[in-house]
Design a protein. Structure first.
Length: 61
C-alpha cells in the first residue's frame, strides 16, 4: 500500500460527512478511499461516454 504509481493525482474538497461515508464504504469492502473514488470516477466517465451524463441526469451513487 502506498507504493509508486504511474497514475495522476486529483484533489477534491468534499463535505466531512461524505468523507466519513466514503471511509465506511471503503472499509466494508477492504479497499482504500482512493481506490473507491477512482472506481466511482471510472463509472461516471463510462456513463458520460454513453451519453448518460450522471451530473445532468441527477444520478446519485
Amino acid at each position: 500500500m502506498g507504493g509508486k504509481t504511474d497514475l495522476d493525482r486529483v484533489v477534491a474538497y468534499i463535505p466531512p460527512e461524505w468523507k466519513k461515508e466514503l471511509e465506511g464504504w471503503a472499509k466494508e469492502n477492504e479497499r482504500s478511499v482512493s481506490w473507491l473514488v477512482g472506481k466511482l470516477i471510472e463509472r461516471g466517465l463510462q456513463e458520460h461516454r454513453n451519453h448518460q451524463d450522471p451530473v445532468k441526469e441527477g444520478v446519485r451513487y
